[in-house]
Each structure stands twice: as C-alpha cells, then as structure tokens.
Design a protein around this ligand. Structure first.
Ligand code: ZN
Length: 143
C-alpha cells in the first residue's frame, strides 16, 4: 500500500488474514514487517491469555515480542553464534543475514554475545546503517 502510515498492518478481511506492507519501504524491510505482522496473527486467538490486556502495557509488549520473533526468524540464534565465531564483524554479519548492522547488534545483545543494548548506536538518519544501499531497511513503525 502506498498510503500506509506504518511499515505494516495485519487484519482479518475478505475471509482471510491480510498483511499489508508500506510500498514506500525497501523489500528487505518487508521481510521484517511481514514476520512482525505474522506474529500478531499467530498470537491473535490467544492474545488475552498471553498479554497483559491493559492497553498501555499490551501495545508495547506485543510490539516487542513481534519484533523479537521477526529477528529470531531472520537471524537465528545458532546460525548467528556460528557466524559470529568465524567473523565477529557486524557489517559482514549484516551482509550474511541480509539485515541491518543495527539488527545484528540487537540480536547479538539478545543472545548475550555483546554486552548490552546500550552499546547500540542510535541511527543518525533513517537508512544509514545498512549494508546493501539499494535495499536498505528504513526506520520502521509497525502497528
Ligand atoms: Zn505490531
């Protein structure tokens, strides 16, 4: 969709689940968005059992878990550990997994191979830290 105000959205419509992604974003970003939205769909039937339903808590919790799910699929723990032992270079790892260097740092932090998320630099501009210039993932907002 050209006019989607976020990276992606999922909803039930016309008898099936729909995942829409922002056409303005590069296709590599679509992978993360689609996986993020897929996690919302997977969770949907049990979301009241899984998440704290107070709106201000549920939103953040759901989004963090959906992002974590997408990160795990795109950068699996065992493969990242193996590649990191061979090449502890964030930029090269980003190329291996076709994700941003920021995503690599984030996943390394999640699995305990780098100290903390505090070491991850904030983006100075939305698409600046990706390995493949034509396929950069922009700063994402999902719903
Ligand atoms: Zn979401």
């Amino acid at each position: 969709m050209d006019d989607l105000p976020a990276s992606g959205a999922s909803f039930w419509g016309q008898g099936s689940w729909q995942i829409h992604v922002a056409a303005t974003e590069p296709w590599l970003a679509h992978r993360l968005t689609i996986l993020h939205e897929l996690k919302h769909i997977i969770d949907h039937p049990r979301q009241s059992d899984v998440y704290d339903e107070r709106a201000f808590v549920a939103y953040g919790e759901r989004e963090l878990i959906a992002d974590y799910f997408a990160g795990c699929v795109l950068v699996p723990d065992a493969l990242l550990r193996k590649e990191y032992r061979q090449t502890p270079d964030f930029q090269k790892l980003a190329a291996v997994f076709s994700v941003s260097e920021r995503r690599i740092r984030h996943r390394l932090s999640e699995i305990g191979l780098v100290d903390s998320l505090h070491s991850i630099p904030r983006r100075s501009y939305p698409t600046g830290d990706y390995v493949i210039p034509a396929e950069r993932e922009s700063e994402r907002r999902t719903v």
